[in-house]
Write a protein that binds this ligand. Structure first.
Ligand SMILES: [Fe+2]
Ligand SMILES: [Fe+2]
Length: 340
C-alpha cells in the first residue's frame, strides 16, 4: 500500500505561475449579482433553429425588397458578427487577469449569445441572397450596389477589429466597459424598436429574442461598471468621454446614419445605402424611418448620459443629434471599441 508522504523538511511550495496566466485555477465570487445574471443567461438561452424560418417566404417580396432585407442583416452583421470574437477575446483576457468567476462566466454567456445573433444574420442573409453577404455574383445595378457597399462596410469593420484587439492592453476595464455599455444600450434600443415596427411574425420573434439578450448584456455591463467606476481618475474620465463619442460614430451606421468621421466610404455609399434601407423598410422588416431612428438614438444616448453623469463623467458633444457636450476632437480607428 502506498503511504502518504509528509516530507521532513515540509512540503515544497510550487513556483509562482508567471502572470498574466489563466493558472492557478480559482472560482472567486465578489459580485453575487453577476452570478444571478449568469443563471438567467443559462435559462433564457435559445436556439436560432427554433425561429420559424419556414414561415419566411422570399417569394412574398419583390427582388428589391429581398435585397433590402438581406442588406440590412449584412449591415447588422458588421456589429453582431463581431460579437463572438470580441467577447471570446474578452473572456480569455478576463481569465488571464484573474477576474472573479461570475464575470468570466458572464463574458462567456455574451459570447454564446452573440454566436446566436451572428447565426440569425447568417440565416437571414442566405435566405434571400445565397452566398451573401459577399460570396455571390451580383448582376443588376441594385445587386452591385449592395455588394459594393457591404464590401466597403466590412473594410471599416476590419479597421475596427485591428484597433479593438489592442484595446484591452490599452484601456482599463472601466473604459472598455463604458464602450460596451454604449453598444448594449444601442442594440437593446434597436431591437426593441424593430420588434414593434416589423410586420412579420418570424422577424418579430428574432428581434424579441435578440433584444432580450442585449438587455441582459447591458445589465452585465452596468453591474461591472458600478464596481469599476468609483475612484476613476480625471484622465480615465476623459478617455470615457471620448469613448462615448466613438460609440456614437461607430454604432450610428446601424442605428441611424454614420457621421462624417472615422468611416472610409465611397461618395455614392450613402445614396445607395438609403435606397437599400428604403427597400427593407417597405418590405416590413421593421426599419424605422430616418426621424424615428434619430429620436430613438437620441433617447438611448440620453439614457447613457444619465448613467455616466452620476459618476461625474462629462458627455461628448453630438451635434448630429443636437446634443450638447464636450468637444473630444478626432475619432480614429483605434478609438473604436464598442460592440453589440
Ligand atoms: Fe450584446
Ligand atoms: Fe448581439
Amino acid at each position: 500500500m502506498t503511504e502518504l508522504v509528509v516530507p521532513d523538511g515540509g512540503f515544497v511550495p510550487p513556483p509562482a505561475v508567471p502572470q498574466p496566466n489563466i493558472f492557478p485555477i480559482e472560482w472567486r465570487v465578489e459580485t453575487p449579482k453577476l452570478v444571478e445574471i449568469y443563471e438567467r443567461a443559462k435559462t433564457q438561452g435559445w436556439n436560432p433553429s427554433d425561429i420559424p424560418w419556414d414561415a419566411i417566404h422570399p417569394a412574398e417580396w419583390s427582388r428589391e425588397q429581398q435585397l433590402g432585407i438581406a442588406y440590412w442583416f449584412s449591415v447588422l452583421a458588421n456589429f453582431d458578427a463581431s460579437g463572438p470574437p470580441v467577447f471570446a477575446h474578452a473572456t480569455v483576457q478576463s481569465f488571464e487577469q484573474h477576474q472573479e468567476d461570475p464575470l468570466r462566466k458572464c463574458f462567456f454567456s455574451i459570447t454564446r449569445d452573440e454566436v446566436n445573433h451572428e447565426e440569425v444574420c447568417q440565416r437571414a442573409v442566405q435566405l434571400f441572397v445565397p452566398g451573401g453577404p459577399l460570396d455571390w455574383e451580383p448582376e443588376t445595378d441594385l445587386e452591385h450596389a449592395f455588394h459594393n457597399n457591404i464590401g466597403w462596410l466590412y473594410h471599416n469593420g476590419g479597421r475596427y477589429w485591428s484597433g479593438f484587439e489592442r484595446s484591452f492592453d490599452k484601456y482599463p476595464l472601466a473604459v472598455v466597459f463604458t464602450s460596451f455599455m454604449m453598444g448594449e444600450v444601442a442594440s437593446s434600443t434597436l431591437f426593441r424598436g424593430m420588434a414593434t415596427a416589423t410586420s412579420h411574425d418570424a422577424f418579430r420573434e428574432i428581434f424579441k429574442r435578440v433584444g432580450r439578450d442585449e438587455s441582459r448584456h447591458l445589465q452585465i455591463c452596468l453591474t461591472i461598471l458600478e464596481t469599476s467606476w468609483p475612484g476613476l481618475t480625471e484622465d480615465l474620465k476623459e478617455m470615457i468621454t471620448k469613448q462615448l463619442r466613438a460609440g456614437f460614430v461607430f454604432l450610428s451606421m446601424v442605428l441611424w446614419e454614420p457621421p462624417d468621421q472615422f468611416w472610409q466610404l465611397t461618395p455614392y455609399f450613402m445614396s445607395n445605402h438609403r435606397v437599400l434601407m428604403d427597400h427593407a423598410r417597405e418590405a416590413g422588416l421593421g426599419v424605422l424611418s430616418y426621424d424615428e431612428q434619430a429620436e430613438n438614438w437620441r433617447l438611448a444616448i440620453a439614457r447613457v448620459r444619465k448613467i455616466v453623469e452620476r459618476w461625474g463623467i462629462e458627455f461628448p458633444a453630438i451635434p448630429e443629434l443636437d446634443i450638447e457636450g464636450v468637444d473630444v476632437g478626432d475619432i480614429n480607428a483605434e478609438d473604436i471599441i464598442p460592440v453589440f
